[in-house]
Design a protein around this ligand. Structure first.
Ligand SMILES: [Ca+2]
Ligand SMILES: [Ca+2]
Ligand SMILES: [Ca+2]
Length: 229
């Protein structure tokens, strides 16, 4: 059943890709959609009397990009528990960024930054996130337009903590795809959903079982709950 109209998510743009993540940690999955120069769109998930609907939160979150955007991914680059965002651009020019990393300010908005991405200046269509060196901090792989080689951006890391869980499904699929993991800590309530690609470790692809990393600055957790495993 197509619920796009009912949920107010049926926007009309030149959409390139869709990225799912709970950027504001309210346990509701939000949607980021890339677009041409008219601007990308962040749809914030809300509820009203138990029904879900989406509102355009692009302006308030400062993630419009306003270039020819293609691939995007949410990732918590600094493990502070707030999802950051990386966007690739395929038309590079004075008014069209080649990419942007949006740091989540943990106050409902993001700040664009290029720090750490010096040389990330060429056309690219897609990017992927994984922890290739197993240090607990997600890295970014960017596929560039020929003749430029792909780039692997290693995360410089930090001191924040993280939790790693291996899922083994017993009902719908053996890899636990679709599972929701909720963690409760003194830092708040976080929820992650296991999707096919973005949340896994590169080292475990494609054999599974899938590993999900819950990025959180918390050192201890009051409760961990796995739903639909
Ligand atoms: Ca949310
Ligand atoms: Ca973050
Ligand atoms: Ca890493």
């Amino acid at each position: 059943m197509d619920v796009s109209s009912f949920t107010q998510s049926g926007i009309v743009i030149s959409a390139m890709c869709v990225t799912i993540g709970d950027y504001n940690n309210d346990a509701l999955q939000d949607i980021y959609i890339t677009n041409i120069a008219d601007g990308n769109v962040l749809l914030k998930n809300k509820t009203l009397t138990g029904l879900h609907y989406f509102t355009d939160a692009t302006d308030e979150t400062n993630v419009g990009f306003y270039g020819t955007a293609w691939g995007s991914n949410f990732l918590d680059a600094d493990n502070d528990g707030a999802l950051d965002l990386y966007v690739s651009g395929a038309e590079v020019g004075a008014n069209s960024p080649s990419s942007t990393f949006y740091k989540n300010d943990n106050n409902g908005s993001f700040s664009p930054t290029f720090m750490g991405f010096q040389g990330d200046t060429v056309k690219s269509y897609c990017n992927g996130v994984g922890d290739f060196n197993q240090d607990g901090f997600p890295d970014i792989m960017v596929s560039n337009f020929a003749p430029y080689p792909s780039q692997l951006w290693q995360n410089a890391g930090g001191t924040n903590n993280w939790l790693k869980i291996k899922l083994q499904g017993v009902k719908s699929n053996s890899q636990g795809i679709g599972s929701k993991i909720e963690i409760y800590s003194n830092n708040g309530h976080f929820i992650k959903q296991v999707t096919v690609q973005p949340m896994i470790d590169i080292s475990d692809f494609p054999a599974g079982p899938y590993i999900i990393r819950l990025y959180s600055s918390a050192k201890t957790y009051n409760m961990i709950q796995i739903i639909k495993s």
